[in-house]
Design a protein around this ligand. Sequence first.
Ligand code: A2P
Length: 320
Amino acid sequence: MVRHATVALKRTGQQMPLVGFGLWKVTRATCADTVYNALKAGYRLLDGAGDYGNEKEAGEGLRRAIADGVVKREEVWVTSKLWNTFHKREHVHAVAKKQLGLWGIDYFDLFLVHFPIALEYVDPAHRYPPEWWGDDKKVHLAKVPLQETWQTMEELVDAGLAKNIGVSNCQGSILLDVLRYARYEPAVNQVELHPYLTQEPLIKLCKTLGIAITAYSSLGPQSYVELGGDKGAKNLLEHDIVLSVASKHGKTTAQVLLRWAVQQGLAVIPKSNNHERLLQNFEVDQFTLTEDEEKAISSLNINLRLNDPADIDPRIAIFA
Ligand code: A2P
């Protein structure tokens, strides 16, 4: 089996796999089997979140794979994320423990603040996972400084509940702010990144700061089309330039899009509910795009943010 490239994280030096399996939109009914099959196919990073609502089932798949001797716990990198309603000091520990319990593991390899946006607390016993909207279908922003959340995330490291901590959906200016007070600097920033949103300045800044980037929505608008909100962009998987590069290499357009990211040192976390595509997405190490191909794909950039945190909290735009 091909051993995938990894990226060494600052502070711990731990090697995070560059190709992982994302759990967003993996249905509860299929999640345990999908996770089991992903591990069997060779994936060694699972990217979950409280918000995805399938951590219990993902944990079932992981535990079954461990019981069957497919993997050992220490060979699998488990990432999860803290949802926006749990940013307060008194909620972070309890929710992290609850999530570990759902997975049936005693530490996360990486735990991320899902968004730099705090929402009003929702009792997990009442509704879990809570979404963006309250019961009244309105967004309720809460005034919890990110400093409070980050410093509590650091306590999770001290308590051995998370080996590495990081952020998600953060602009450069927010990263710089966190660095002012961080005892443990964010190891990873997980952001939307694909050829329609190449994020070159953010990549440059993160490289300078030693923060690894995980790209989500690597296949572009696809996952948003599924959710009924494609913002009008043409499907990247059918784009002429991507198609022509794919045919030159005898690969699929999805593989080219993933390769484009991995080749820049970015981690990717494609998800697929389809086993063929799950296998295909893992095979992105055996070919290399030429510099011209890489540039041609990067030139598709139109700064199209499909998942814009500023749509929820306009104050975020101030920091962009
Ligand atoms: P499916 O699960 O039916 O394969 P994300 O951006 O969250 O990773 O979402 C990936 C989206 O792209 C999903 O809609 C998924 O649908 C689809 N997809 C995943 N892998 C491939 C692939 N290799 N080719 C085409 N579509 C893919």
